[in-house]
Design a protein around this ligand. Structure first.
Ligand SMILES: NC(=O)c1ccc[n+]([C@@H]2O[C@H](COP(=O)([O-])OP(=O)(O)OC[C@H]3O[C@@H](n4cnc5c(N)ncnc54)[C@H](OP(=O)(O)O)[C@@H]3O)[C@@H](O)[C@H]2O)c1
Length: 272
């Protein structure tokens, strides 16, 4: 019995789990959708643009049971529709991955209030609101001593002060640092209800959000990382699968960097 429980195919399995991934139509969210489906979960992805969802679905349907819901997480009524869609599609929800995120690049002197508000609204406020509204669906599924999971996608930029981008990421870094702290607060709040709350703090991964900086500053980014490279899809999927599976059931209130050590390094930074 114990040997069976310890087998990695059981310990890390997501069989019969249901998951919602916000911003699941591209980049890291799409990587996670692939990984969760391949490991047995049923998945809903959501994002603002129908064409992005359709493009992602065309690929994801080859891996398993997946559907998409159009939702701007900063829009209260669309968030309500997403919560209803989750209830209709799944009788309960096992895994919520708050992944949708935004950045706004501008020089500090010119940084607009509008940009600051948009980043905070997307990366922090909407995570709070959606999480609060999905707690009833996550609670319904408490069974066999197996907690439901909330996994917030933070950033190494919420741990250290980023420099390679050259422009101010003040709103982005502040939003992610706040998200990491909110993760810990919610872990204490929701743990007794049978829900664990953790964050993953990625370093650089190839995505729409990082297209520009990777095109212009890739060498600096790689030099800044003790491992000398950006992250690979399986490296973020691995950590999230751990958190979402039986293996991660007793991990609560953590922020796990997946950045090759960048956030604890001063980098080479010869370009400075
Ligand atoms: N890539 C990295 O190196 C990196 C590093 C650290 C942290 N992160 C974090 O990882 C997460 C994913 O980013 P990414 O790099 O994968 O970027 P991405 O490729 O631009 O993906 C962002 C996703 O979020 C969706 N989205 C954006 N705003 C939204 C909103 N208001 N409501 C709903 N969906 C929205 C986008 O689709 P639509 O345009 O269709 O809405 C897209 O599916 C973000 O939280 C980001 O901060 C990324």
């Amino acid at each position: 019995m114990i040997a069976e429980a310890l087998q990695s195919s059981n310990l890390f399995s997501l069989r019969d789990k249901t998951a919602l991934i916000t911003g699941g139509s591209s980049g890291i969210g799409l990587m996670l959708a692939r990984g969760l489906l391949i490991n047995g979960a049923r998945v809903i992805i959501s994002s603002r643009k129908a064409e992005n969802c359709e493009r992602a679905l065309a690929e994801l349907l080859t891996y398993g049971d997946v559907s998409a819901v159009i939702c701007d997480v900063t829009n209260e009524s669309q968030r309500g529709d997403l919560v209803s869609a989750v209830a209709e599609r799944f009788s309960d929800l096992d895994i919520l991955i708050n992944n949708a995120g935004a950045n706004w690049g501008a020089r500090f002197e010119d940084y607009p209030d509008e940009g600051f508000a948009k980043v905070l609204d997307t990366n922090l406020n909407s995570v709070f609101s959606l999480t609060r509204d999905l707690v009833p669906a996550l609670r319904q599924n408490l069974k066999d001593d197996e907690p439901a999971r909330i996994i917030n996608i933070g950033s190494m930029d919420g741990i250290h002060v980023p420099v390679v981008q050259r422009t101010s990421t003040v709103a982005y870094s502040a939003s992610k640092a706040a998200l990491h702290h909110m993760t810990k607060i919610l872990a204490v709040e929701l743990g007794p209800l049978g829900i664990t709350v953790n964050a993953v703090a990625p370093g650089f991964f190839a995505s729409k959000m990082t297209d520009y900086v990777l095109e212009h500053y890739r060498k600096d980014i790689e030099d800044d990382c003790p491992m000398g490279r950006i992250g690979r899809s399986e490296e973020i999927v691995g950590v999230v699968t751990y958190l979402a599976s039986r293996a991660g059931a007793y991990t609560n209130g953590t922020v796990i960097p997946v950045d090759g050590g960048t956030s604890v390094s001063k980098g080479k930074r010869e370009w400075m």
